[in-house]
Design a protein around this ligand. Sequence first.
Ligand SMILES: Cc1cc2nc3c(=O)[nH]c(=O)nc-3n(C[C@H](O)[C@H](O)[C@H](O)COP(=O)(O)OP(=O)(O)OC[C@H]3O[C@@H](n4cnc5c(N)ncnc54)[C@H](O)[C@@H]3O)c2cc1C
Length: 610
Amino acid sequence: MSCNNTDFCVSSTGTATQAFTSALQYILAAQCLITEELPPNSEVKDSDEFNFIIVGGGSAGLVVANRLTEHEKWTVLLLEAGNDPPAESYIPQFNGGLFGSTYDWQYQTVATGFTNNANLNGTVHWPRGKMLGGSSSMNGMIYFKGHSHDYQNWYNSGNKEWHPERVRKYFKKAESLQDQNLLKDPEIRDNYGHDGPLIINTFNSTLRVFTNKILKSFEEIGINPVKDLNTANLVGSGIFRSTAFNGKRGSTVATYLTQLQNRKNFKLLKNALVTKILLNDRLEAYGVKVVVNGTTLKLLASLEVILSAGTINTPQLLMLSGVGPKDHLESRNITCKVNLPGVGQSLQDHLIIPVPIFGNETTLPYEGYRPLDTLRYLINRTGPLAQNSFTDIVAFFSKNKNATRPEFQTHVQIFNRNSSRGLAYFSSIYKPTIVESFLEQNRNYTLFLFLFNLLHPESTGNISLNSKNPNDHPLIYANYFADSTDLEATAEGIKVLTKLVNTTYFKSINGFLSRYDWPVCNNFELDSTDYWKCISVNMVLTIFHPVGTSKMGLNSNDSVVDSRLRVHKIKKLRVIDASVMPTITSGNTNGPTIMIAELGSDLIKEDNSG
Ligand SMILES: Cc1cc2nc3c(=O)[nH]c(=O)nc-3n(C[C@H](O)[C@H](O)[C@H](O)COP(=O)(O)OP(=O)(O)OC[C@H]3O[C@@H](n4cnc5c(N)ncnc54)[C@H](O)[C@@H]3O)c2cc1C
């Protein structure tokens, strides 16, 4: 249908046609308001010098860029391998829509044969954002700050900058809590910051009736609902806070970058893949080699180079630059400039096991969104598109009900009967027999999929180079369940969760646990410890929280940066991103990464204020 008035399918004297045309124009214009207008590439020439060069404009990198450019005399260049985020990044419902696209680095773990035999290719997809905002531009927008004990552990192992009280101050510096209901509660109000760039809010879920029923079920099995899990130090269940506002994602682009983009001392290059850190004979970092739209440039930093390329790319870049385990570098024909055995090691991640409870729930709303929902979103940013694609509740729990630091977490996904989404989810990950087990039950029943997660794994993995080519994906060994205590804990934790089938709500919908058809597990009794061990090993996935590959610590034999985030044995080089975590935090890692970047930026300011 053309917008010329004569071509409309109704006869009109003109007034109606004009009204329809202007409505269509309004809608077309409204889509342009979804994305942010971001700065174009700065004019930068070969050998240009800046005070600071930041590699990677993700969750951490944009925070650092924002904080360093507050110092008007410093020039700061941010180099980002990706481009501006697309519309799908801003619309919360499409949070999974960037997987496998050019905005995703599309990493896969190495197939070892020990785990993941039920997964396609025996591997786990590890998406990572390749765009401004990095993974904060494609994540689930869940906001947790970790548990105070997590930071106490960091501090106790010698990282003196990271006392839980100091960490708390930097979370608050980042935050601006905007949920008006929660702000009325003095304890919650006090637990958050109010003037920071990072807007913290709550989704207005269209599934609230159902999520309330599930929260009630959690309560019946002893996981009590609380008003705000961050304030309750992650004990209990509840609605999570989200990094989204006005119906849109609040990535570090929408929060930190939009604030800083007009500062004259800020320079930006997108589509800029850094391939090497330049080190002189005194082992000082003095710049980087970067490929921008096919042209290689050497860019110089007079004060510091800061690596914020994330848990996979930061160690990759260190190793490509000759910093890492000597034997490994030599095996890839790279001259070792600094032998740091810890680079790429100590990898931790939150694994997930999808635990399926089916039930006869017939009153769920339409799954996904319809054209009217799209209109509603374009007009006032509400409805299903303004919330993420899974439910906004989680539970933290332990085997011991009195534990004050949780061992496990679960997210909850609901798939209607005959769910095309469910089918897409299972068939993009698992081999056909697993998909069949889902389809068989989902024909008649709604699926409540509990994404069980082990919060403090003992197993560690590692990242190594496949080759010295910077475009080659590094090798990711996730090593889930390499330590058998993780498998034991996972199976026990899942059995706490499966008690949900006996709660009032799930009984009312004849809820039942369903077996995955995976031959080697079929001899085990459903819901037995052995059954869950078998399923866990064969079907384990990630909830996308890799950390630790440039771990902070005192000893350069096993850690990469000191507690001021300076790379051991090298001057003027820091790492500020999720890779510096000495141990993984409880809960989702975006908030802690932003906190690290806030605190790390102040460390840079302190160390360069002379
Ligand atoms: C799909 C998904 C869902 C998630 N859901 C949540 C959630 O709901 N809540 C939560 O708290 N956490 C979540 N996380 C985890 C969280 O987003 C990450 O922990 C956090 O974003 C890590 O931040 P970072 O700065 O370390 O890395 P990133 O944000 O990934 O940033 C790294 C940046 O560096 C760039 N880069 C890499 N290499 C180079 C190079 N050589 N040259 C130039 N640039 C480079 C990348 O393109 C990227 O922009 C999720 C993650 C993913 C991937």
